[in-house]
Design a binder for this molecule. Sequence first.
Ligand code: SF4
Length: 315
Amino acid sequence: MALSDYVNTFGQAMLQRYGERVHKLALHAGFTCPNRDGSKGHGGCTFCNNASFNPAGRRPAVIAAQLADGRRVIGGLSKARLFLAYFQAYTNTYAAREVLAALYDQALAEPDVIGLAVGTRPDCVPDTVLDLLADYRRGGLEVWLELGLQSACDETLARVRRGHGLAEYRQAVRAARARGIPVCTHLIAGLPGETAAHCRRSLDIVLELGVDGLKLHPLHVVRGTQLAREWRRGDYRPLALDEYVDIAADLVQRTPAQVVFHRLTGTAPAPLLLAPDWCVGKWRVLNGIERELQRRGRGQLVPPAMMKEEAQRAI
Ligand code: SF4
């Protein structure tokens, strides 16, 4: 068995849609974030050190050069020939429509880039930006809006100084999906003050509002953050591997089969990561989740209609 026997993974979903592997190439397009530049807050979320999105610590280079770097590494490892330009670092919709279009178009000018994944905050997706993404999608491109929610609990969001609440997410997801833009929501397990029950509740709210993809990772403590100070003082305890595996398996099992998991774990570059140390072993975590789902005997929820079809095929 493989993880994809239990989970609708992004890799498998793209393979089915395009008949070959499609990988995301992460980009740093030089944006900042309203939670850092003072418009929403200073200092950012308590866990954020954006150097973890840009491990080489380099200044943003030309988009084509970054894509060439990513293509060399990811394409070399995976043999993928098609890519999505993943605007990842900071808030990738935090500029005027014309500025965004110019950046996105630079990436889309590459013949092997078949679409965009745009990471942003729920309070930073005005109609003008959504209309732009909808135009790309209407033009036949693969487009994903990746919304960082992290938790649906407003108390937690305030505690980690996100600078937005669930209400902004609700509004953003409705506006995006009304335009036919697929939304991938980012959730974090192990946020300060949260338990597995908070994670399940966050997921349930996200599913109820409607979502097309999910990204899940354990909260990790990185250098240079408020969270690192809390951890050093003993005020924050990261999840243990078995706790994370348990939560991830719970969330997978609550999620309908048509929702695509873009990621089931994550980490930070070794020089920045303080804790938990287990999250550097991506495959150890993914294998743990697969084994747990195997032990439980079921992965994502199969909708009743699909179950009926399968039962009829078996007759
Ligand atoms: S919204 Fe994102 S980029 Fe901005 S401070 Fe928080 S985690 Fe960092």
